[in-house]
Design a protein around this ligand. Sequence first.
Ligand SMILES: *Cc1c(COP(=O)(O)O)cnc(C)c1O
Length: 317
Amino acid sequence: MNAFFYCVIFTFVKTSILEIPTQKIHLPNSSIELFIRREDLVHPFVSGNKFRKLKYNLIQAKKENHTTLLTFGGAFSNHIAAVAFAGKENGFKTIGIIRGDELASQIDKNPTLKFAHECGMKFHFVTRENYRQKDSTEFIQDLKEKFNNFYLLPEGGTNNLAVKGCSEIVTDADVEYDFICCAVGTGGTISGIINSISTHQKVLGFPALKGDFLQKDIRKFALSENWELISDYHFGGYGKVTNELIQFINLFFVENKIPLDPIYTGKMVFGVIDLIQKNYFPNNSKILLIHTGGIQGVDGMNVKLNKNNTPIIQFND
Ligand SMILES: *Cc1c(COP(=O)(O)O)cnc(C)c1O
Protein backbone atom coordinates (compact mmCIF):
# COMPACT_ATOMS: atom_id res chain seq x y z
CA MET A 1 0.00 0.00 0.00
CA ASN A 2 2.92 2.32 0.67
CA ALA A 3 4.07 2.60 -2.93
CA PHE A 4 0.55 3.33 -4.04
CA PHE A 5 0.16 5.91 -1.33
CA TYR A 6 3.31 7.81 -2.20
CA CYS A 7 2.30 7.95 -5.86
CA VAL A 8 -0.97 9.47 -4.77
CA ILE A 9 0.71 12.08 -2.63
CA PHE A 10 3.35 12.89 -5.16
CA THR A 11 0.84 13.68 -7.88
CA PHE A 12 -1.70 15.08 -5.47
CA VAL A 13 -1.53 18.74 -6.23
CA LYS A 14 0.15 18.59 -9.61
CA THR A 15 -2.25 16.25 -11.38
CA SER A 16 -4.79 13.82 -10.04
CA ILE A 17 -5.27 10.88 -7.72
CA LEU A 18 -4.51 7.50 -9.29
CA GLU A 19 -7.23 5.01 -10.01
CA ILE A 20 -8.84 3.68 -6.84
CA PRO A 21 -9.81 -0.04 -6.71
CA THR A 22 -13.46 -1.08 -6.82
CA GLN A 23 -14.40 -4.38 -5.17
CA LYS A 24 -17.43 -6.60 -5.53
CA ILE A 25 -19.33 -7.48 -2.36
CA HIS A 26 -20.86 -10.91 -2.29
CA LEU A 27 -24.61 -10.91 -1.65
CA PRO A 28 -26.11 -14.37 -1.20
CA ASN A 29 -29.52 -14.97 -2.82
CA SER A 30 -29.91 -11.58 -4.45
CA SER A 31 -30.13 -10.32 -8.01
CA ILE A 32 -28.56 -7.04 -6.87
CA GLU A 33 -24.92 -6.45 -7.72
CA LEU A 34 -23.06 -4.51 -5.06
CA PHE A 35 -19.64 -2.85 -5.42
CA ILE A 36 -17.53 -0.63 -3.18
CA ARG A 37 -15.00 1.99 -4.29
CA ARG A 38 -12.06 1.96 -1.89
CA GLU A 39 -11.31 5.66 -1.52
CA ASP A 40 -10.26 4.73 2.01
CA LEU A 41 -7.09 3.19 0.57
CA VAL A 42 -5.70 6.60 -0.33
CA HIS A 43 -4.03 6.63 3.08
CA PRO A 44 -4.47 4.68 6.34
CA PHE A 45 -4.94 7.88 8.30
CA VAL A 46 -6.40 10.36 5.85
CA SER A 47 -9.95 10.03 4.48
CA GLY A 48 -10.29 9.65 0.72
CA ASN A 49 -12.95 12.30 0.31
CA LYS A 50 -11.07 14.81 2.47
CA PHE A 51 -8.14 14.51 0.07
CA ARG A 52 -10.46 15.10 -2.87
CA LYS A 53 -11.84 18.17 -1.15
CA LEU A 54 -8.39 19.59 -0.55
CA LYS A 55 -6.93 19.07 -4.01
CA TYR A 56 -8.19 22.21 -5.78
CA ASN A 57 -8.05 24.23 -2.58
CA LEU A 58 -4.33 23.54 -2.26
CA ILE A 59 -3.78 24.46 -5.90
CA GLN A 60 -5.66 27.71 -5.24
CA ALA A 61 -3.72 28.40 -2.02
CA LYS A 62 -0.42 27.95 -3.90
CA LYS A 63 -1.64 30.22 -6.69
CA GLU A 64 -2.41 32.91 -4.11
CA ASN A 65 1.06 32.41 -2.58
CA HIS A 66 -0.28 31.33 0.79
CA THR A 67 2.08 29.52 3.13
CA THR A 68 -0.43 28.65 5.87
CA LEU A 69 -3.71 26.72 5.88
CA LEU A 70 -6.16 27.37 8.69
CA THR A 71 -9.22 25.27 9.42
CA PHE A 72 -11.69 24.10 12.08
CA GLY A 73 -12.73 20.79 13.58
CA GLY A 74 -13.75 18.64 16.52
CA ALA A 75 -11.65 16.23 18.53
CA PHE A 76 -11.89 13.30 16.09
CA SER A 77 -12.20 15.23 12.83
CA ASN A 78 -11.13 13.42 9.66
CA HIS A 79 -10.79 16.85 8.06
CA ILE A 80 -8.29 18.05 10.69
CA ALA A 81 -6.18 14.92 10.12
CA ALA A 82 -6.33 15.38 6.34
CA VAL A 83 -5.39 19.08 6.40
CA ALA A 84 -2.48 18.44 8.77
CA PHE A 85 -1.11 15.69 6.56
CA ALA A 86 -1.74 17.28 3.15
CA GLY A 87 -0.31 20.55 4.46
CA LYS A 88 2.87 18.83 5.54
CA GLU A 89 3.23 16.97 2.25
CA ASN A 90 2.72 20.10 0.19
CA GLY A 91 4.84 22.54 2.16
CA PHE A 92 2.14 24.49 4.03
CA LYS A 93 2.09 25.38 7.70
CA THR A 94 -1.23 24.32 9.23
CA ILE A 95 -3.34 25.75 12.04
CA GLY A 96 -6.29 23.87 13.53
CA ILE A 97 -8.99 25.73 15.48
CA ILE A 98 -10.26 22.92 17.72
CA ARG A 99 -13.66 22.76 19.43
CA GLY A 100 -13.30 22.20 23.19
CA ASP A 101 -10.69 24.01 25.28
CA GLU A 102 -10.47 21.01 27.64
CA LEU A 103 -8.65 19.13 24.86
CA ALA A 104 -5.55 21.32 25.12
CA SER A 105 -4.08 19.04 27.80
CA GLN A 106 -5.15 15.81 26.06
CA ILE A 107 -3.40 15.90 22.70
CA ASP A 108 -1.43 12.72 23.36
CA LYS A 109 -4.52 10.81 24.46
CA ASN A 110 -6.44 11.69 21.32
CA PRO A 111 -5.28 9.71 18.24
CA THR A 112 -6.53 12.35 15.76
CA LEU A 113 -4.94 15.33 17.47
CA LYS A 114 -1.76 13.36 18.10
CA PHE A 115 -1.46 12.55 14.39
CA ALA A 116 -2.17 16.15 13.35
CA HIS A 117 0.33 17.44 15.89
CA GLU A 118 2.99 15.04 14.57
CA CYS A 119 2.32 16.43 11.08
CA GLY A 120 3.20 19.87 12.45
CA MET A 121 -0.27 21.31 12.90
CA LYS A 122 -0.50 24.13 15.45
CA PHE A 123 -3.64 24.05 17.55
CA HIS A 124 -5.76 26.85 18.87
CA PHE A 125 -8.33 25.46 21.30
CA VAL A 126 -11.57 27.35 21.80
CA THR A 127 -14.58 26.80 24.03
CA ARG A 128 -17.71 25.29 22.53
CA GLU A 129 -19.48 28.67 22.77
CA ASN A 130 -16.68 30.44 20.95
CA TYR A 131 -16.50 27.73 18.33
CA ARG A 132 -20.11 28.45 17.38
CA GLN A 133 -19.03 31.96 16.36
CA LYS A 134 -16.39 30.65 13.97
CA ASP A 135 -18.11 31.87 10.79
CA SER A 136 -18.59 35.43 12.07
CA THR A 137 -16.48 38.30 10.70
CA GLU A 138 -15.26 39.19 14.20
CA PHE A 139 -14.02 35.67 14.86
CA ILE A 140 -12.17 35.53 11.52
CA GLN A 141 -10.77 39.04 12.11
CA ASP A 142 -9.43 37.91 15.49
CA LEU A 143 -7.75 34.94 13.82
CA LYS A 144 -6.18 37.23 11.21
CA GLU A 145 -4.70 39.37 13.97
CA LYS A 146 -3.38 36.29 15.75
CA PHE A 147 -2.06 34.32 12.80
CA ASN A 148 -1.55 36.89 10.01
CA ASN A 149 -2.29 35.62 6.55
CA PHE A 150 -3.80 32.21 5.89
CA TYR A 151 -5.88 30.28 3.39
CA LEU A 152 -9.12 29.47 5.13
CA LEU A 153 -10.74 26.06 4.76
CA PRO A 154 -14.24 25.74 6.24
CA GLU A 155 -15.17 23.08 8.81
CA GLY A 156 -15.52 19.75 7.02
CA GLY A 157 -13.71 21.28 4.05
CA THR A 158 -16.78 21.94 1.89
CA ASN A 159 -16.67 24.81 -0.61
CA ASN A 160 -16.92 25.12 -4.41
CA LEU A 161 -13.38 23.85 -5.00
CA ALA A 162 -14.02 20.89 -2.68
CA VAL A 163 -17.13 19.93 -4.63
CA LYS A 164 -15.09 20.14 -7.83
CA GLY A 165 -12.55 17.73 -6.31
CA CYS A 166 -15.30 15.31 -5.27
CA SER A 167 -16.75 15.34 -8.78
CA GLU A 168 -13.72 13.21 -9.71
CA ILE A 169 -14.76 10.28 -7.46
CA VAL A 170 -17.17 9.02 -10.12
CA THR A 171 -16.20 9.09 -13.81
CA ASP A 172 -17.62 8.25 -17.24
CA ALA A 173 -16.40 4.69 -16.68
CA ASP A 174 -19.08 4.31 -13.99
CA VAL A 175 -22.16 4.70 -16.20
CA GLU A 176 -22.97 1.01 -15.66
CA TYR A 177 -24.12 1.68 -12.07
CA ASP A 178 -27.79 2.44 -11.42
CA PHE A 179 -27.27 3.75 -7.89
CA ILE A 180 -24.31 5.43 -6.24
CA CYS A 181 -24.43 5.60 -2.45
CA CYS A 182 -22.36 7.69 -0.07
CA ALA A 183 -22.35 8.97 3.50
CA VAL A 184 -23.24 12.63 4.04
CA GLY A 185 -21.76 15.04 6.58
CA THR A 186 -21.71 18.58 5.20
CA GLY A 187 -22.90 17.52 1.74
CA GLY A 188 -19.80 18.42 -0.28
CA THR A 189 -18.96 14.88 -1.30
CA ILE A 190 -22.44 13.96 -2.46
CA SER A 191 -22.71 17.25 -4.38
CA GLY A 192 -19.58 16.43 -6.33
CA ILE A 193 -20.91 12.96 -7.13
CA ILE A 194 -24.31 14.36 -8.19
CA ASN A 195 -22.53 16.74 -10.55
CA SER A 196 -20.70 13.96 -12.35
CA ILE A 197 -23.36 11.28 -12.90
CA SER A 198 -25.46 10.58 -16.00
CA THR A 199 -29.22 11.17 -16.17
CA HIS A 200 -30.11 7.45 -15.82
CA GLN A 201 -28.19 7.21 -12.52
CA LYS A 202 -29.31 8.14 -9.03
CA VAL A 203 -27.30 9.14 -5.97
CA LEU A 204 -28.48 8.07 -2.52
CA GLY A 205 -27.01 9.95 0.42
CA PHE A 206 -27.03 8.62 3.98
CA PRO A 207 -26.70 11.49 6.48
CA ALA A 208 -24.49 10.69 9.47
CA LEU A 209 -26.38 13.26 11.52
CA LYS A 210 -29.91 14.37 12.33
CA GLY A 211 -31.49 17.44 10.78
CA ASP A 212 -33.19 18.75 7.63
CA PHE A 213 -30.68 21.46 6.76
CA LEU A 214 -28.71 19.15 4.47
CA GLN A 215 -31.19 19.27 1.57
CA LYS A 216 -30.67 23.01 1.37
CA ASP A 217 -26.90 22.78 1.72
CA ILE A 218 -26.65 20.24 -1.09
CA ARG A 219 -28.84 22.37 -3.37
CA LYS A 220 -26.25 25.13 -3.11
CA PHE A 221 -23.80 22.94 -5.01
CA ALA A 222 -25.73 20.20 -6.81
CA LEU A 223 -26.55 20.81 -10.46
CA SER A 224 -29.13 18.05 -10.99
CA GLU A 225 -32.13 16.49 -9.26
CA ASN A 226 -31.46 12.77 -9.44
CA TRP A 227 -30.52 12.32 -5.82
CA GLU A 228 -32.23 11.58 -2.55
CA LEU A 229 -31.28 11.60 1.12
CA ILE A 230 -32.17 8.55 3.20
CA SER A 231 -32.34 9.81 6.76
CA ASP A 232 -33.16 6.61 8.67
CA TYR A 233 -29.62 5.48 9.39
CA HIS A 234 -27.95 8.15 11.53
CA PHE A 235 -28.09 5.86 14.62
CA GLY A 236 -29.00 8.69 16.98
CA GLY A 237 -26.95 11.50 15.48
CA TYR A 238 -23.45 12.60 14.64
CA GLY A 239 -20.83 10.48 16.37
CA LYS A 240 -23.50 8.30 18.00
CA VAL A 241 -23.33 4.53 17.63
CA THR A 242 -25.26 1.49 18.80
CA ASN A 243 -24.10 -2.05 19.61
CA GLU A 244 -25.94 -3.20 16.49
CA LEU A 245 -23.86 -0.85 14.31
CA ILE A 246 -20.58 -1.91 15.92
CA GLN A 247 -21.46 -5.58 15.48
CA PHE A 248 -22.36 -4.91 11.83
CA ILE A 249 -18.98 -3.23 11.21
CA ASN A 250 -17.13 -6.15 12.83
CA LEU A 251 -19.08 -8.76 10.85
CA PHE A 252 -18.62 -6.82 7.60
CA PHE A 253 -14.88 -6.92 8.21
CA VAL A 254 -14.89 -10.66 8.90
CA GLU A 255 -16.88 -11.35 5.72
CA ASN A 256 -15.28 -8.86 3.32
CA LYS A 257 -11.96 -7.85 4.89
CA ILE A 258 -13.00 -4.23 4.41
CA PRO A 259 -12.88 -1.89 7.43
CA LEU A 260 -15.73 0.62 7.80
CA ASP A 261 -15.75 3.62 10.12
CA PRO A 262 -18.47 4.10 12.75
CA ILE A 263 -19.23 7.79 11.99
CA TYR A 264 -19.94 7.67 8.25
CA THR A 265 -19.31 4.62 6.09
CA GLY A 266 -20.52 2.01 8.62
CA LYS A 267 -23.92 3.72 8.80
CA MET A 268 -24.18 4.08 5.03
CA VAL A 269 -23.28 0.45 4.27
CA PHE A 270 -25.62 -0.75 7.03
CA GLY A 271 -28.38 1.32 5.43
CA VAL A 272 -27.80 0.04 1.91
CA ILE A 273 -27.73 -3.61 2.99
CA ASP A 274 -30.87 -3.08 5.07
CA LEU A 275 -32.62 -1.50 2.07
CA ILE A 276 -31.54 -4.40 -0.15
CA GLN A 277 -33.11 -6.81 2.35
CA LYS A 278 -36.28 -4.71 2.32
CA ASN A 279 -36.44 -4.90 -1.50
CA TYR A 280 -35.98 -1.15 -1.90
CA PHE A 281 -33.91 -1.58 -5.06
CA PRO A 282 -35.36 -2.94 -8.33
CA ASN A 283 -34.20 -6.45 -9.30
CA ASN A 284 -30.80 -6.61 -11.01
CA SER A 285 -29.81 -3.13 -9.85
CA LYS A 286 -26.12 -2.38 -9.91
CA ILE A 287 -25.05 -0.36 -6.88
CA LEU A 288 -21.77 1.41 -6.20
CA LEU A 289 -20.90 2.31 -2.60
CA ILE A 290 -18.32 5.02 -2.06
CA HIS A 291 -16.01 4.16 0.82
CA THR A 292 -14.99 7.67 1.83
CA GLY A 293 -12.54 6.48 4.49
CA GLY A 294 -12.64 7.70 8.08
CA ILE A 295 -10.71 4.77 9.51
CA GLN A 296 -8.49 7.12 11.52
CA GLY A 297 -11.51 7.75 13.76
CA VAL A 298 -11.81 4.11 14.85
CA ASP A 299 -9.19 4.30 17.62
CA GLY A 300 -10.83 7.37 19.12
CA MET A 301 -14.25 5.69 19.02
CA ASN A 302 -12.83 2.57 20.67
CA VAL A 303 -11.48 4.68 23.54
CA LYS A 304 -15.06 5.89 24.11
CA LEU A 305 -16.63 2.43 23.73
CA ASN A 306 -14.12 0.94 26.16
CA LYS A 307 -15.04 3.57 28.75
CA ASN A 308 -18.71 2.61 28.37
CA ASN A 309 -17.88 -1.10 28.58
CA THR A 310 -19.60 -1.84 25.27
CA PRO A 311 -18.26 -3.93 22.35
CA ILE A 312 -15.43 -2.27 20.39
CA ILE A 313 -14.55 -2.23 16.71
CA GLN A 314 -12.11 -4.99 15.77
CA PHE A 315 -10.24 -5.29 12.50
CA ASN A 316 -7.98 -8.24 13.17
CA ASP A 317 -8.27 -11.61 11.48
C1 LIG B 1 -16.27 13.96 6.07
C2 LIG B 1 -16.64 12.58 5.69
C3 LIG B 1 -17.83 12.29 5.01
C4 LIG B 1 -18.84 13.33 4.69
O1 LIG B 1 -18.42 14.18 3.67
P1 LIG B 1 -19.20 15.55 3.42
O2 LIG B 1 -18.58 16.06 2.19
O3 LIG B 1 -18.92 16.43 4.60
O4 LIG B 1 -20.64 15.24 3.29
C5 LIG B 1 -18.10 10.98 4.67
N1 LIG B 1 -17.25 10.00 5.00
C6 LIG B 1 -16.10 10.23 5.66
C7 LIG B 1 -15.23 9.10 6.01
C8 LIG B 1 -15.76 11.53 6.03
O5 LIG B 1 -14.62 11.75 6.70
